[in-house]
Write a protein that binds this ligand. Structure first.
Ligand code: E4P
Length: 217
């Protein structure tokens, strides 16, 4: 399983990229709004940091494919690594079909059922993003959705990749890796949580102390 960082904060993108742990970035309108910066400016900066798929989401009405198609073309024109994020609606599926035929990569977002994931894949989506944490929030086990999609895609030889999204903690990550998600898009804070273990810190402290006791400074 590979990692994307789920953020529009370019400093966090840079930190994650410098550690060599991510190979892509996902953003959404809420994450862009949180930064209070212009969409194009943020996205261009991210493409200069990470040489991998960068998802930018359409803001056009999800009830009319044409607007999403037009905006999708604009997003794709920003950089060859751009992936157009389209919300999972019937009009969104039409937009995915058209953009895919034009060679534009798409990421169908806000997926909450295996049926939605299967439709998105058949429309030609490059990626589907099932939202784990938001299902957990309403007491439905999000990991079951990742397992179901991974099984279905495997059985039918579907090449659309699964991006496990709405990740809240390192346990989600391990569960998604075991379930067969291709990618997890992870907030920077969770990536940092993954790196930490109290026994690692204690071990470093002990090695330093033993070294100091034996040889001084
Ligand atoms: C995925 O691409 C989304 O940006 C993201 O994972 C949403 O997560 P949230 O439920 O924490 O907002």
């Amino acid at each position: 399983m590979r990692f994307f960082v789920d953020t529009a904060n370019t400093e966090d993108v840079k930190k994650a990229s410098d550690m060599g742990i991510i190979c892509g970035v996902t953003t959404n309108p809420s994450l862009i709004a949180k930064e209070g910066r212009d969409f194009n400016e943020v996205i261009k900066e991210i493409t200069s940091i990470v040489d991998g798929p960068i998802s930018g989401e359409v803001k056009a009405s999800t009830e009319e494919a044409q607007g999403m198609i037009a905006e999708g073309r604009e997003i794709a024109a920003i950089h060859p690594n751009m992936v157009v994020k389209i919300p999972m609606t019937t009009e969104g599926l039409k937009a995915v079909k058209v953009l895919t035929a034009e060679g534009i990569k798409t990421n169908v977002t806000l997926v909450f059922s295996a049926a939605q994931a299967l439709l998105a894949a058949r429309a030609g989506a490059t990626y589907v993003s099932p939202f784990l944490g938001r299902l957990d929030d309403i007491s439905m086990p999000g990991i079951d959705l990742i397992c179901d999609i991974a099984d279905i895609f495997e059985i039918h030889g579907i090449e659309t990749e699964i991006i496990a999204a709405s990740i809240r903690n390192p346990i989600h990550i391990i569960d998604c890796a075991k379930a067969g998600a291709d990618i997890a898009t992870v907030p920077f804070s969770v990536l940092m949580q993954m790196a930490k273990h109290p026994l690692t810190d204690q071990g470093i402290e002990k090695f330093r102390a033993d070294e100091k006791e034996a040889f001084g400074n």
